[in-house]
Design a protein around this ligand. Structure first.
Ligand code: GDP
Length: 424
């Protein structure tokens, strides 16, 4: 299999980084195809523990070429901070193993400001943005009001282009939000600092990928967030501002003709959700706190406690369908070991009727969870490495989820470490 995408099936934080880190040994190239530095993958391997935000998770493997595709929100500031952190821990990052698409658009300094200003204006109606500037960035990209990374290589053209955008952007900053305008000097200082730092990594990654494909290289496409946060297919407007689903991988990577041979959908053995929006299976109080602590459910970027609940079969089945998954990786099964009964949100009740179908976003707040219980196993499974060695109740839980979603669970993860995996 030459092309594979690893994607989230739920609300994000399913453990995609962990799966990419594991599977990169079979691939030559890893490409991040969407999103920015607003979410985080946590990777634990023999080099340490890392919180990645923009860097592809293949960065830890020798001989893997990592690409930030044209679909990402290229935040030079946070990318550089992340690179510096990873390099300090002994990982080598060079233009040989990290390539940034010249067609990736730049997240500019005002995008972060605008994100914060808009959340402030919305007050209690806010969307729960991480204030990394992602929504203002993508709106500007689609309005053609930002610059591409490759323009950093052509300063005369860059400055002419930026001057026009600056004039337009200051209208919004000053007249809509009453905020301080930016000057060309601000921009020059920003480019001289962060733009210069990432310049050596910028190249025509589309040409690189086409060549890699012609040479039969194996390419792994890495997503951020999950199906339910996809701009078009998620719980709009509580989505992210880009397409997280596998179908976008060819477009956002720089290889628009790529065919995906395999789509690994990462599903968490329970549910977690960061930020605002309807979350039907949500738990509150002590029962939520126990699960949050067992699963260490605090944001990798923000440290915010994540909302948690049992696995949501309705949302997961829909999420898997949006991704066209060929395989499922079920992660964090070990976290459920403390429960004597394992709760499952098996279906929803919507306006007095039971349903297996994921509702239209506007109706989602009216949905109520219908919970069933499976037997727990109540023993530590984090050291188990084979299917046969899993307690019967744990196998039954995996088989229940598999049948309910209608897709093979090929990988069962029982710990954050690279080898804490059961292959079926
Ligand atoms: P991602 O954005 O989808 O990569 O997910 P996150 O990194 O935000 O969240 C996954 C978290 O769970 C990370 O801290 C991982 O180290 C951890 N993790 C992943 N798989 C497992 C697992 O099977 N068991 C346990 N206990 N932790 C896991």
């Amino acid at each position: 299999m030459s092309n594979c995408a690893i994607v989230g099936v739920n609300w994000g934080d399913e453990g995609k980084g962990r799966m990419v880190d594991l599977l990169t040994s079979d691939y030559d190239v890893v490409v991040r195809y969407q999103g920015g530095g607003n979410a985080g993958h946590t990777v634990v391997n023999d080099q340490g523990k890392f919180a990645l935000h923009l860097l592809p998770s293949g960065i830890f493997r020798k001989d893997v070429v990592n690409i930030l595709g044209n679909g990402v929100a290229l935040d030079c500031e946070s990318l550089w901070a992340e690179m510096a952190d990873v390099i300090t821990k002994g990982v080598s990052i060079t233009p040989e193993n990290l390539k940034i698409s010249d067609r990736a658009s730049l997240l500019l300094p005002w995008h972060r400001d605008l994100d914060a200003l808009e959340e402030q204006r919305l007050a209690d109606k806010k969307y729960g943005s991480t204030k990394q500037g992602i929504a203002p960035f993508y709106s500007d990209k689609f309005q053609k009001k930002t610059v591409m990374a490759g323009e950093l290589l052509y300063p005369a053209k860059l400055w002419e282009h930026l001057a026009g955008i600056l004039e337009w952007k200051n209208l919004t900053l000053e007249k809509v939000y009453g905020a301080k305008p930016y000057t060309m000097d601000d921009l020059r200082a920003w480019v001289a600092d962060f733009g210069e730092k990432i310049k050596p990594f910028i190249c025509d990654t589309g040409a690189f990928l086409r060549q890699a494909q012609d040479q039969g290289k194996r390419i792994l496409f890495e997503a951020q967030l999950g199906s339910l946060r996809d701009l078009d297919y998620g719980i709009y407007p509580y989505t992210t501002s880009s397409n997280a689903i596998a179908a976008y991988a060819p477009v956002g990577s720089g290889l628009p003709t790529a065919k995906l041979d395999k789509v690994v959908g990462v599903v968490k053995a329970y549910s977690s959700c960061v930020g605002e929006g309807p979350f039907t299976c949500e738990w509150f109080g002590e029962e939520a706190e126990k699960l949050r602590q067992a699963g260490n459910e605090y944001g990798a970027k923000t440290g915010r406690p994540r909302r948690v609940g049992p696995i949501d079969i309705v949302a997961t089945r829909y999420g898997a369908a949006c991704q066209g998954v060929t395989d499922i990786a079920l992660t964090k099964l070990d976290v459920l070991s403390y429960l004597d009964q394992i709760p499952v949100c098996a279906r929803y009740e919507l306006n007095g009727a039971l349903t297996d179908d994921f509702p239209f976003p506007a109706l989602l707040p009216d949905a109520k969870p219908v919970v069933e219980y499976l037997e727990g196993w109540q023993c530590d499974i984090s050291g188990v490495r084979t299917w046969e060695d899993l307690p019967e109740a744990a196998r039954k839980y995996v088989e229940y989820v598999e049948k309910a979603i209608g897709c093979l669970i090929t990988y069962v993860s029982v710990g954050p470490e690279r080898d804490a995996i059961i292959l079926r």
